[in-house]
Design a protein around this ligand. Structure first.
Ligand code: GYE
Length: 372
């Protein structure tokens, strides 16, 4: 056990050392297919002695590695919560991939969007000396101490889905989506669609302090700043939930009825709540309505609304990430160099009747292929 950890540590130290400066946000900005090269190239060029050492350690240790001996690999996943359909799909995906059948024992903790609960979950994984820890961080801030504790305990950590502020030397790998790019795509699509017309925009943001919300806002704001004919009237958090989306939209309607023509929702569930609130107030939306709706995630139901013309544009965020995380773990397990950063690719979809250079027009076939 200890020797196995040493092999993993040597390999991770080698790769981590070669990517210093590649923090969360930078990692997300890396090209989707460039990540492996970044880590692997650096490892090959700069760290030959370390690599040899790691290889040797791995070879010595091969007999004891869980994969070789048939031992299960224990993985702790500190999951954000169950706030959205995206999250449900992501949880299911981890349960499918990290199954007993595949040689894993998964401890998945639903942290119910509570930072303190998530820190405690990670500390419990450390106490239990699990082989690997995966964290989908609720917030970007506050990770340094617990990550140092995991490192001191010799447990590799993979940050998944969202980003954190911590120095990249405090964790071993990152897997997720580029939420800033998602915001930029939403903005670019809106500019193309409006073609110079005025926009009075309300934004229902995701959870406060979550990188998925920060990134989408940053990307969208960047495009908005280039359009003097756009005005962001207000933005408030709907906490990535349907109830939150509905409450925020109800209060927006009280303050801005008749003044807005665009509603941006940071995920599909918020969009469902916003649509309910607009239905109740008699406000029309979608391709045939008065208000343009932009959503993120592109889950099955969100794409159904897009196909129905109720959501104008839905920017995808892919929750199916567990296989990539498992691949990184397998490489660590074998003492091989691994991708320090892996971006899961996304695209965007628009309602029938809309043509866009930034998005694919929805069809029944696309919807049929969307399992989550
Ligand atoms: O968009 C939202 C979820 O972190 C990218 O979290 C994820 C976001 C996703 O609750 O629906």
């Amino acid at each position: 056990m200890l020797r196995k950890k040493l092999a993993v540590l040597l390999a991770t130290a080698m790769v981590a050392a070669s990517i210093v400066g590649c923090g969360g946000a930078d990692q997300a900005a890396a090209p989707a297919d460039g990540a492996p090269a970044a880590a692997d190239d650096a490892a090959a060029e700069d760290a030959a002695p370390a690599e040899d050492a790691a290889d040797d350690a791995a070879a010595d240790d091969a007999a004891e590695a869980p994969a070789a001996s048939g031992d299960v690999i224990t993985v702790g996943y500190a999951q954000v919560g169950h706030e959205s359909d995206w999250r449900t799909a992501n949880t299911q995906n981890y349960q499918d991939v990290f199954s007993a059948e595949n040689g894993y024992e998964l401890s998945l903790i639903d942290c119910d969007n509570d930072n303190a609960v998530q820190l405690e979950a990670v500390r419990n994984f450390i106490t239990q000396q699990l082989d690997y820890i995966v964290i989908a961080p609720i917030e970007t801030a506050g990770w340094d101490t617990v990550l140092q504790e995991a490192q001191d305990a010799g447990i590799p950590v993979i940050i998944a889905d969202r980003e954190i502020d911590a120095d990249a030397s405090l964790y071993d790998a990152w897997v997720g989506t580029n939420t800033k790019n998602e915001g930029v795509t939403a903005g670019n699509w809106l500019a193309e669609y409006l073609d110079g017309k005025e926009a009075n925009i309300l934004i229902i943001e995701g959870s406060v302090g979550a990188s998925a919300a920060l990134g989408r806002s940053e990307g969208f704001d960047e495009v908005a700043a280039q359009h003097s004919e756009w005005k962001i009237l207000d933005h408030q958090s709907g906490d990535f939930t349907q109830d939150g989306g509905q409450e925020v939209m109800e209060s927006f309607i009280k303050s801005y009825e008749g003044q807005f023509n665009v509603v941006v929702c940071h995920n599909d569930n918020e969009a469902y709540g916003a649509m309910d609130a607009m239905d109740a107030a008699g406000i029309t939306y979608g391709v045939d309505g008065d208000v343009i709706i932009i959503s993120f995630d592109a889950t099955h139901d969100g794409l159904q609304y897009t196909l129905d013309g109720k959501i104008n544009c839905n920017v995808e965020c892919n929750p199916i990430q567990a296989a990539v995380v498992a691949e990184v773990i397998q490489k660590m397990q074998n003492g091989e160099s691994f991708e320090a950063t892996t971006l899961v690719n996304d695209e965007a979809f628009v309602a029938p009747g809309i043509e866009s250079q930034y998005a694919t027009t929805m069809t029944e076939e696309i919807l049929a292929g969307r399992a989550y």
